[in-house]
Design a protein around this ligand. Structure first.
Ligand code: HEM
Length: 225
């Protein structure tokens, strides 16, 4: 199928692949944030929800079966997203004529630089976050299965909360720019009205960011204890 090979090798093809994997990741951060709101319903509700995630799909699937399927899907989406982002960057660098270097640096838009650095911060955050709240290896008082107490004890450490806050802001910018470029790539238009796409990107990024920021802030202020 030479036609489809050419498409996935082209800059547009790679951007479509980046957008498709991005949609999976958008879905995850939205569902994850909504699930974490159970923190406000107390220990029992949050811990029961975490346990339900592990039992999902039973008796068809074994204990932890559905969660492992999601982990594999998520990991594939992250890998595809990072590799296609790297390839798009390389393609656009190669397409750059040398004598236009100075001008091109100016033109290397604020958005594309934010996306690359934001992506790196988010990746580092996710690795730390897994070690913190999933494996417990960098958590001072990790209790397996007690998600509520792990979150509350974890966020009581002010610099841990500060790191989460910085990472959630990086994620917010990444979601905003990512959604906006996704609309461009997929050619989502509504006549001359480009405004709703920007509004949608702002609203979605704000929803996730404010939701996620609320958790460490609620613990540090004693609203959740
Ligand atoms: C302040 C915001 C966040 C809180 C309070 C939070 C909380 C948690 C908790 C408690 C777990 C462990 C759940 C369990 O063991 O059942 C977890 C797992 C996870 N979180 Fe977050 N999270 C936040 C933000 C994020 C963000 C922004 C991402 C991704 C960009 C993310 C990605 C993950 C992943 C991949 C897992 C592992 C899921 C698994 O495989 O079991 N989290 N999170």
């Amino acid at each position: 199928m030479p036609g489809s090979l050419k498409f996935h090798q082209s800059a547009l093809g790679k951007k479509v692949i980046m957008a498709a994997s991005g949609i999976v990741l958008f879905g995850f951060v939205l569902v994850h944030m909504l699930g974490n709101l159970k923190l406000y319903q107390g220990a029992e509700k949050l811990n029961t929800y975490a346990e339900w995630l592990r039992e999902m799909g039973a008796p068809l699937l074994p204990h932890n079966g559905a969660i492992w399927l999601m982990r594999v899907g998520l990991l594939v989406a992250v890998l595809v997203h990072v590799v296609s982002a790297y390839q798009v960057t390389r393609l656009s660098q190669r397409a750059r004529p040398l004598n236009y270097k100075a001008r091109q640096t100016l033109q290397a838009t604020y958005a594309s630089r934010t996306m690359r650095w934001g992506g790196v911060i988010i990746l580092l955050f996710v690795i730390y976050h897994l070690a913190h709240l999933t494996w417990g290896s960098v958590h001072p008082a990790f209790i397996p299965g007690d998600v509520y107490s792990n979150v509350v004890a974890g966020f009581r450490v002010w610099w841990v909360s500060a790191f989460y806050v910085v990472a959630q802001m990086a994620l917010g910018f990444h979601l905003y720019h990512g959604l906006w470029s996704m609309f461009q790539t997929l050619g989502v238009t509504a006549g001359d009205d480009r405004d709703w796409r920007r509004k949608f990107a702002v609203a979605f990024a704000l929803l996730i960011t404010l939701g996620n920021l609320s958790f460490p802030i609620a613990v540090l202020t004693g609203f959740v204890s």
